[in-house]
Write a protein that binds this ligand. Structure first.
Ligand SMILES: [Zn+2]
Length: 523
């Protein structure tokens, strides 16, 4: 059978002598494109043309064969996504990616368009089991000139919100001619990290910093980030890689190839801040009008190997200069990306729940308040003070007053008032909140105590008051939701008579960990 592409002696030699032993046996490739040319509809795209000369399609089987040819002996897991082009039927391409992912049991991302509503975006993600999204600047509305494109023009906030709430991956190819050093890009990358902390953000191609002149102040700024990751795909610059390693360390760098483009035979140089791919004569069509392409003589061409090898060699060079050890290499080429994929597949953790069993109803006694405090229920005009006590207790940007007023039982929102200052210092409420898991359920909701008034059992007292209200109203099924990190609150709930409610497979373990932490705190 004919091979997909030719492997020359120079390629074999490069791989065997300079690459093979420096890479781990298992590799995750976080950046790959698959597509079929039959989904092409038109020719209108406004992006660089030379990549189209390498291959005109990349069926998943070709991708798999590429690894056998390029990285023989290694076990490579690719993260699949589409070829981002306006010339194709995107839904058909996404279907192809998700079917291929299913067939070969591989992870995949969805190519997305900025005009999709949040509901549309969320539905498409969920239906096809995509682990996240790969937006692309080519889908920016046409009225925005290419040089003025900003990240949020093709990756809007409402879609980022969906990714954030589901803990998914975002592989972001940043726009603009100044590339990584562009202040607008940097600002918006930081904004995504700050506003959407649950997104597993990966900046593609090290922010397209293909030449040292693309760096500017970028790594000084990026050294202060805490979560965003960088893929090294289609980048061959050892200086850029070195600065990247120094800025963010080996835990946030991930290997990506950008296959099939890195099947190209080339070497990249930088001249006056422009990257130039040196290629064999005639191999990639007429390159005379392309500032990023230059043909070399046939004796020079003999020395050219694959783009992929150039990328890996540059990273190995940077790794040596920064003294990365084999464990670090294993992180970059395997475990960092595999952790991202695994976590995105799990989705966000569900909240913990607790129930107040009927057998404990008769034990409900509301203790009296310490001197200087009194209890009352909500009155019109309390809204501002209600928000304040919630925010003081750590519920930032709490915007649930209206919703709580609608679902609370009559005389069901309780406040502890500090008599001397008239300040509301603790609250809890009895809410009607039936769900599938809790039909006819009543909730102990929004428990908060002002930090200045803690240690006086105010949380216990006011929560008991709300539970008592639910029981008096005739609720038989009383429950609450909380988070793993609210140890003090959970301790109070356990003391009140609430019990853990195991409604997800991971809950037994989470509760066991929690109980452990609580008993350690006692010591
Ligand atoms: Zn790509």
């Amino acid at each position: 059978m004919k091979k997909l592409f030719e492997i020359k002696d120079i390629d074999k030699k490069t791989y065997e002598e300079k690459i093979k032993d420096f890479l781990p046996e298992k590799i995750v490739d976080i950046h790959t494109h698959i597509w079929l040319k039959e989904f092409k509809e038109k020719q209108q795209d406004r992006v660089v043309k030379w990549p189209a000369m390498v291959v005109d399609e990349n069926p998943v089987e070709h991708l798999i064969e590429s690894y056998k040819l390029l990285l023989p002996g290694k076990e490579v897991t690719p993260l699949l996504f589409n070829s981002p082009s306006k010339d194709y039927d995107i839904d058909a391409l996404n279907d192809y990616v998700s079917t291929s992912a299913k067939r070969y049991k591989l992870p995949s991302l969805m190519l997305c368009r900025p005009e999709w509503t949040a509901e549309e975006f969320a539905r498409k993600l969920k239906e096809s089991n995509f682990l996240g999204a790969k937006p692309y600047l080519t889908f920016t509305p046409d009225y925005i000139p290419r040089q003025e494109i900003r990240i949020f023009d093709f990756m809007p906030h409402h879609q980022l919100n969906v990714l954030n709430s589901t803990g998914k991956i975002l592989i972001l190819h940043i726009p603009r001619d100044a590339r990584l050093k562009d202040p607008v890009n940097l600002q918006q990358m930081l904004e995504i990290e700050r506003l959407y902390p649950n997104i597993r953000l990966v900046i593609a191609h090290v922010g397209r910093a293909y030449c040292p002149t693309d760096i500017g102040d970028a790594f000084k700024i990026l050294a202060k980030t805490e979560k965003m990751n960088f893929d090294i795909s289609a980048n061959t610059n050892a200086i850029v890689f070195r600065h990247l390693i120094e800025a963010v360390g080996p835990d946030r760098i991930v290997f990506g190839s950008d296959l099939p483009i890195v099947r190209m035979r080339m070497r990249r140089i930088c001249e006056k801040g422009v990257y130039i791919n040196l290629v064999p004569k005639g191999l990639y069509g007429d390159v005379s009008g392309d500032k990023n392409m230059r043909e070399v003589s046939s004796s020079e061409a003999e020395k050219l190997t694959f783009f992929l090898y150039e990328e890996i060699l540059a990273f190995l060079d940077a790794a040596r200069k920064t003294e990365l050890c084999p464990v670090d290499m294993e992180k970059v080429f395997y475990s960092n990306a595999s952790a991202l994929i695994e976590k995105a597949a799990q989705g966000p953790k569900c909240q913990l729940q607790m129930v107040f069993p009927e057998k404990n109803f008769k034990k409900v006694v509301v203790p009296s308040l310490p001197p200087g405090y009194s209890i009352r229920t909500y009155r019109k005009g309390d809204e501002e003070a209600y928000i304040k006590v919630m925010e003081n207790a750590g519920f930032d940007n709490w915007r649930y007053v209206e919703q709580t007023l609608k679902t609370a039982l009559p005389e069901g929102i309780f406040f502890v008032v500090h008599n001397k200052t008239k300040k509301i210092v603790a609250t809890a409420c009895a809410q009607n909140c039936p769900t599938e898991l809790h039909p006819q359920g009543g909730v102990l909701g929004w428990v908060a105590v002002d930090p200045e008034h803690r240690g006086k059992h105010l949380g216990y007292i006011i929560s008991m008051k709300a539970v008592e209200r639910l029981i008096k109203a005739g609720y038989k099924h009383i429950y609450l939701s909380t988070d793993d990190f609210r140890l003090a609150a959970i301790k109070t709930y356990l003391k009140m008579g609430f019990e853990p409610f195991y409604y997800q497979p991971d809950m037994k373990k989470r509760w066991a960990d929690l109980m452990n932490q609580l008993s350690m705190k006692k010591k």
